[in-house]
Each structure stands twice: as C-alpha cells, then as structure tokens.
Design a protein around this ligand. Structure first.
Ligand SMILES: Nc1ncnc2c1ncn2[C@@H]1O[C@H](COP(=O)(O)OP(=O)(O)OP(=O)(O)O)[C@@H](O)[C@H]1O
Length: 221
C-alpha cells in the first residue's frame, strides 16, 4: 500500500474547549490512485493534508507510506522522507521570490544530498512538458497566478515522488488556467504518480477517481 491513514485525529484548543479538527479519519491509496477531498471551509481538510505530509503531528493515529510510519521518524528524517517521496503543493503562492522558475523547481533537489546527478536537464524537461519553457528564467513577480501554480507543481515533481499532495491547486484561478493545471496533474497521474487533492471546485473533483467528503473533521458518505 502506498499510503495508509489510520484513525487520524488532531485536537485543537478553542478557548477552554478542546475540539477535533480531524476526527478518526482512515483511508488508503495505491500507486496511480487519484483521490480528491471536498468539504466546507473549516471541515479539517488542510489539517488532514498537513498531517499526511508530515508537517503536523497528529494527536492520535498513524500515517504510513510504503509501510514507513512517518511519526516514528525524527524531524530531520521526516523532512528527508517528504522531500524524496512526497510532492507537496501548499495552499497559495509558495515560490521563492528571489529565484527564477527553473531554480524554484530545482530547489527541493538540493535539500537532500544527491551526488552525481544534475537536476538542470530534468527541470528543463518538466518545463517543456508543462509547455512553459518560456518561464525558465522568469521570477515569480513577473508570472501570472496560473503560471506560478504550474511552477509549484513542477517543483513538487523534481524529486520524482510517488504521490503529489496538493491543497487547492486551482483556487483563485480562472476557468482556463484551472483546466490547464488539471490537465497537467491528470498527465502526471496517468504516468503513475498518485494524486491527493483538496478542492472546493466540482469541476476539479470530477478529474479524480474518488471523492472523499469531509464534514466537521470526519469523512461522510
Ligand atoms: N493551529 C490551530 N489552532 C486552533 N485551531 C485551528 C488551527 N488550525 C486550524 N484550526 C481550526 O481547525 C478547523 C479545521 O481547519 P482547516 O484549516 O483544516 O479547515 P479547511 O477545511 O482546510 O478549511 P478551508 O477550506 O477554509 O481551507 C477550523 O475550525 C480551524 O479554525
């Protein structure tokens, strides 16, 4: 099993009350699966995604990738594991403003040691694949919202992860840019990379094989 999420829970404090932002969530994914998570604002989607990506420690439960339990690793090991196996695309703009598109894409490659390999030609081929070679030496300030999202997707791909996890990859984009982004993600999925996407958009969700609906921290039917 590529990803196994078991009885995952995250408690937060609001005033004197403790509440479960994510409450006993379980599901699994195989390589090549494409799942989408939908739900109202505040239903716990980002909290769930951040735990799955190893960015947030759960109050209870387990996340395993290929039988490696993320929360048995120390911080440094989790970062290295995420960098190698998980392509994470956070909400909003996440590019570094002082790096060009190609250097933004290559950045994760340098965060873990990879001797005897060059990322430049692979990053160039990703730009070509996404039909945005013209952005190679452009800084984020001079890109449109849709272009920045495409570069963030390519950055998530540079380490050839088995799964891409994306939090609202099409939010704030017009219909045409959303379609471009989803076409790119669909191609990535067809080449065998699993996708787990949070979205509010039914058109985006329709690209997936399986829609998981979330309400008040739980998956509902
Ligand atoms: N660090 C925190 N401390 C306390 N409460 C939090 C914290 N982070 C999130 N919450 C609360 O947890 C709940 C779930 O938040 P989360 O961001 O996961 O929702 P979401 O479904 O992703 O929402 P949206 O669609 O608006 O992004 C919300 O009620 C939120 O206020």
């Amino acid at each position: 099993m590529l990803l196994n999420v078991k009885n995952l829970r995250k408690d937060y404090q609001r005033g004197q009350q403790t509440f479960a932002a994510v409450n006993n969530v379980s599901f699994s994914m195989q390589s090549g699966d494409f799942n989408c998570i939908m739900g109202k604002s505040g239903s716990g989607k980002t909290t769930l995604l951040n735990m799955i990506a190893g960015l947030l420690t759960p109050t209870q439960g387990k996340v395993t990738f290929n039988d490696v339990n993320l929360f048995e690793l120390d911080d440094q090991q989790v970062s290295a594991f995420r960098n190698q196996h998980i392509g994470y695309i956070p909400q909003g703009s996440s590019l570094l403003p002082n790096l060009t598109a190609i250097d933004n894409i290559r950045l994760p490659y340098y965060l873990t040691k990879r001797p005897n390999k060059s990322s430049f030609s692979y990053a160039k081929s990703l730009l070509e694949k996404a039909k945005v070679s013209y952005l190679q030496d452009v800084y984020p300030a001079n890109m449109s919202g849709g272009e920045m999202r495409r570069i963030a997707i390519l950055r998530a791909l540079i380490c050839q992860p088995q799964i891409i996890i994306a939090d609202e990859p099409t939010s704030d984009l017009d219909e045409e840019s959303s379609t471009d982004i989803m076409q790119l993600l669909k191609e990535i999925n067809q080449q065998g990379t699993a996708l787990l996407i949070v979205t509010h958009d039914h058109d985006v969700a329709n690209y997936s094989q399986n829609i998981l609906k979330m309400s008040a921290g739980r998956f509902i039917e």
